[in-house]
Design a protein around this ligand. Structure first.
Ligand SMILES: Cc1cc2nc3c(=O)[nH]c(=O)nc-3n(C[C@H](O)[C@H](O)[C@H](O)COP(=O)(O)O)c2cc1C
Length: 336
């Protein structure tokens, strides 16, 4: 079904055969899973993250830590967990994972580092590059609980991490960020100036809940739903054709219609994790078939015309992205 449609896409300077990328997922340590993704038409694969805590731990003087690692303390200081991280892949093993993934699939393999401060861990980016990663995705995330730190200081911190990592690697660098910034466009521009070749909009943040019976704070990592993607859709639409970097849309893709929407808004690529965990790796094929069907119905043979057709820049009437539309919307609401 896909033969006559050219889905070639550019991302971070890489030429991809389709626009759909498998975003970071715990399944991406399984080489059989990666092979299935490739066969189904995935354009590139992002490996699960290696976390700053894991690298910092490896850099610390183990003797000192072990000195205090009594049986009692171990419940507070989960040394093994820190070292192996959530996916059981420590810093050394991560480099091996990059190498093995590169040997297993021929599509680009994007490694992922997840951190929040500018310290020695960023040097690990160089080792990841040497292990053969085609690109690096940097997921910067922390909750700013200190109320004495200004938004400017937080943003400056992000910029300095990006600039520092840029010094250590030549491979393309994407930054995956959360939507919670006051001036997203300005921050995006600063990140690009600091060396980011692309932005992944957005990281999905889990907020804690309260168990009212047991008076406990509960957190659960669930799969996404489509309505969560609207903020990414808006910012892809607002930034497309206005920043000199690739834009990857991420969050809430569960059917081909969402892929079409993100491309219309101006995304260079569309990422998905939850849909593949929910429906299996072969689901990439269904997403691509749906995209091709949409294009064929409009006599389009590639993505050139559709990409960005509904972006803020392209639309003559772009109020739908702005405040005036909000005023219209609230005025149009009628209680039953
Ligand atoms: C179980 C699970 C593990 C994830 N692990 C990572 C990770 O290690 N690094 C990362 O940057 N994102 C991670 N993510 C986030 C996804 O890559 C993706 O950004 C997010 O789920 C939103 O996309 P989706 O709506 O298609 O799921 C994880 C998501 C899930 C569901």
């Amino acid at each position: 079904m896909n033969q006559k449609i050219d889905l070639t896409s550019q991302y971070l300077g890489l030429t991809l055969k389709t626009p759909i990328i498998a975003s970071a997922s715990p399944m991406h340590t399984d080489m059989e899973y990666l092979k299935t993704l490739e066969k189904a038409g995935i354009a590139a694969i992002v490996l699960p993250s290696l976390f700053q805590e894991q690298i910092d731990y490896a850099f610390e003087e183990l003797d000192t830590l072990h000195h205090y690692h009594s049986a009692e303390a171990s419940s507070y200081l989960p040394i093994d967990n820190i070292a192996s991280g959530p996916y059981g892949v420590g810093p050394e093993a991560y480099l091996k994972l990059v190498e093995t993934a590169k040997k297993t699939v021929s599509v680009p393999v994007i490694a992922s580092l997840n951190g929040y401060t500018n310290s020695a861990w960023v040097e690990y980016a160089k080792l990841i590059q040497e292990a053969g990663a085609d690109a690096l995705e940097l997921n910067i995330f922390s909750v700013p609980t200190n109320i004495n730190i200004s938004s400017q200081q937080i943003e400056d911190g992000y910029i300095s991490i990006i600039a520092n990592i840029r010094k250590h690697v030549d491979i393309p660098l994407a930054v995956k960020l959360s939507p919670y910034f006051t001036s997203m466009g300005n921050l995006a521009q600063r990140m690009i100036d600091a060396g980011a070749n692309g932005l992944v909009l957005f990281n999905r943040i889990m907020s804690p809940d309260i168990d009212i019976q047991n008076l406990d704070i509960t957190s659960r990592y669930s799969l996404s739903n489509m309505s969560e993607g609207l903020i990414a859709l808006q910012w892809i639409g607002l930034l497309a054709r206005r920043v000199n970097a690739s834009l990857a849309a991420s969050t809430g893709v569960d059917d081909y219609q969402q892929v079409v929407k993100y491309l219309l808004a101006g995304a260079d690529t569309v990422m998905t994790t939850s849909a593949l965990l929910r429906h299996g790796p072969n689901y990439v094929e269904a997403l691509l078939d749906g995209l091709c069907m949409w294009l064929k119905a409009r006599q389009q043979t590639d993505l050139k015309l559709m990409r960005g057709q509904m972006s803020w820049q392209k639309l003559k009437n772009n109020q739908a992205y702005e405040r005036s539309h909000y005023i219209k919307l609230v005025g149009s609401f009628h209680p039953k």
